[in-house]
Ligand binder design. Sequence first.
Ligand code: PBG
Length: 325
Amino acid sequence: MAVFPQLRLRRLRRTESLRALVRENRVDIDDLIYPLFVVEGEGVRQEISSMPGIFRFSPDQLPQEAEEVARLGIPAVIVFGIPEHKDEFGSAAYHPEGVVQQAIRTIKKSVPKLLVVTDVCLCEYTTHGHCGVVANGDVDNDQTLPLLAKTAVSYVKAGADIVAPSDMMDGRVKAIRVVLDEAGFEHIPILAYAAKYASAFYGPFREAAESTPQFGDRCSYQMDPPNLREALREIEQDINEGADIIMVKPALAYLDVIRRARDTFNYPLAAYNVSGEYTMVKAATQQGWLEEKRVVMEILTSIKRAGADIIITYHAKDVAQWLQP
Ligand code: PBG
């Protein structure tokens, strides 16, 4: 084995061309999914105060935004809805004229090739802000499943290409798969938020989506942050129930979970670079304390290096701009 002075690792770092030649991981525009927040109304394009650069759009504003995303080469968006009316059972989630259903139809009509992923969850639609039906002060797993399945089918009927359950109920992937197949949608993939932790990094999103729980927290359904083995069991469960793509969320504080998931399962693996991760970078770069482009690329590359194939990120449009040939 070569040793110094024959071995000089610096030889391959001398110029940018050499470094590019031996580069092991890259972020590609094709890896990215861009989140879109949709509100009811008309002419709304409102910046979210805790997420600079990210807006809430009414459906009529979406063609313009979708065209821009597609022009940048980003292959997919994930849609989150903020309904006008909430109720105990989140019925606005599965209403055929719901805000997400309108959004899907508008996007698919204006830019058919842009993949529309829909987050399937009830928290934005329930008065109590929990991700399922509340019974006796707790989120009832089995009563929630049919509502999630109904929501997923409704999104697919409106034109969604992929459904992404994020509620963390047991059995939701199977419940959704069965109902999709019954409705003739056996070709529609499920991207499961398989290992989703009860994280403080969702703070800005909850403000954006008005989905903060009105009592208690999400700790009885989302995962306990210290657990890694349990994440593998969660992922295994979702795969057994029929998930096509698995996801770890958040990304940055869970790179070890991404790595273990990559090494354990031969499924496409997504990671969600969540709102709090975005906001930290934005806050520091706006102060001039960090260099935005380099920091964002370093973070996203670390998510790829950990093993993710797909990254959902609020930075997607910026990154796509930086990566233009
Ligand atoms: C809905 C959902 C959440 C996020 C994605 N889907 C919030 C939550 O679970 O509280 C968080 C995304 C982000 O923080 O960027 N359940």
